[in-house]
Design a binder for this molecule. Structure first.
Ligand SMILES: [Zn+2]
Length: 423
């Protein structure tokens, strides 16, 4: 059984907690990770080597620019920023030099649009490590995930010589909105992986509970649809206008009426509609933010095809130009039994931990895209939940978790590595 230095994990987590960055703007965070990992002696790649630009989802130019400007203000090395080439995230490799399996571990690095609470009892406030960025907070525990990844990296460098094979530590940007995994998968960096392991802290489980096979991960696709028409005076020349508001509205009501798939659960939400400038102007622009979900890929694709067709149909009806953009996506999760059993065994080594066989997750998480990519190339995948008592739920201003579970999570990963890489 490995023993990991909890104090070091807590120190890293608290440093990272101070500087939360929203998806695709994690330049300061990525630079810290690269520096830390290279100082340990690991080979690290970043930027276009880990993110396939063609598949980048939901990345806004102004958010990227602000992230870059802030990184420069904070004195981040220009050479590192050049290496990132406007794309965040990185991957460190630990190679034993001996033949053996390649194992990919994934940690997400972005924060949430939440203003951290000001109350004194909130640990980040009374211990002085609260977010320094207004309106941004590590309120989903990804600061913890990164520190777990760093802890495993350090353990490998110090203790990994008896193992065989290779470990790839992926630090994935833009998990929120399920945006970063697809372009990371499309870079090909997990295509040689025999095993994939990912995890979340504190969802659906208390301290001491390890959910070894969470289920009901929903496949999802997020869209922005933009309708472009032509403005006109609503009284004098309405016939010259092309009404983008009408197109957006028609598309929205049709989407909400999609027939449900008979083979399983599905969801549709039109969350935002924006159109119009003034009462007496034919609206020239309309926008919809839509998401569909499905129990599996077939059902989700069915929903996705319907909304795409309805957007195109409404645009055609009102003679509008349509721009469609996929803003995020995730798939379902099918953990491999070999790895469920392996983790259950590792959990069994710790008397204070209980392996919970199954529990409903009920949301979406884009680690599933990396997990599935590995499975499609013949590898095996596992995503699990490390319980951690919370002060408040995820994405809330008072969110905080039991920091001792950072060591639990790192030890579980290491336990799996030891079993997989000792043959
Ligand atoms: Zn999260």
């Amino acid at each position: 059984m490995s023993t990991i230095d909890l104090n070091q994990l807590v120190t890293w987590r608290r440093e990272l907690h101070r500087f939360p960055e929203i998806g695709w703007s994690e330049f300061t965070t990525t630079a810290r990770l690269i520096t830390e990992l290279r100082n340990m002696g690991l080979e690290v790649i970043a930027g276009p080597k880990v993110i396939n630009r063609e598949f980048v989802r939901g990345r806004k130019a102004d958010v990227v620019e602000r992230g870059l400007a802030l990184a420069r203000e904070r004195g981040v090395d220009e050479a590192l920023l050049a290496e990132m080439d406007e794309l965040t995230g990185c991957m460190a490799t630990y190679d034993t030099g001996k033949p053996g399996p390649t194992i990919a571990l994934r940690f997400d690095i972005d924060c949430v649009n939440v203003q951290e609470c000001a109350i004194g009892e909130h640990v980040p406030n009374n211990e002085g490590f609260a977010s320094k960025s207004a309106g941004l907070m590590h309120a989903c525990g990804h600061d913890g995930h990164m520190s777990i990844g760093l802890g495993i990296a350090k353990w490998l460098v110090e203790n990994g010589s008896s193992l065989s094979g290779k470990v790839k530590l992926l630090f994935q940007p833009a998990e929120e909105g399920v945006r970063g995994a697809r372009p990371m998968a499309e870079s090909g960096i997990v295509d040689d992986a025999d095993y994939f392991l990912g995890m979340h802290l504190g969802f659906i489980a208390k301290t001491g509970e390890i959910v070894v096979n969470p289920n009901s991960f929903l496949c999802t696709t997020k869209y922005d649809f933009r309708f472009y028409g032509a403005p006109a005076h609503a009284g004098a020349e309405p016939h010259l206008g092309r009404n983008a508001l009408a197109g957006a509205c028609h598309a929205a009501t049709q989407m909400l009426g999609i027939s449900r798939h008979g083979k399983g659960m599905s969801r549709i939400n039109v969350g935002v509609i924006r159109a119009g400038e003034g009462r007496n102007v034919v609206p020239a622009y309309g926008e919809l933010q839509v998401e569909v979900r499905g129990e599996d890929e077939t059902i989700n694709s069915f929903m996705a095809e319907q909304v795409e067709r309805m957007a195109a149909g409404a645009a055609h009806s009102f003679d509008l130009r349509l721009e469609s953009e996929v803003m995020g996506e995730a798939v379902d999760l099918q953990n491999d039994k070999e790895l469920i059993d392996l983790l259950t065994q590792v959990v069994g080594q710790y008397p204070e931990l209980t392996a919970v066989p199954e529990r409903v997750f009920g949301g979406s998480e884009d680690a599933t895209i990396l997990a599935k990519r590995v499975q499609r190339h013949g590898g095996k995948s596992l995503y699990f939940i490390v319980g951690a008592d919370l002060k408040a739920g995820h994405h809330q201003a008072e969110f905080d978790f039991d920091e001792k579970q950072l060591a639990t999570a790192a030890n579980l990963f290491i336990g799996c590595l030891q079993k997989l890489m000792t043959k």
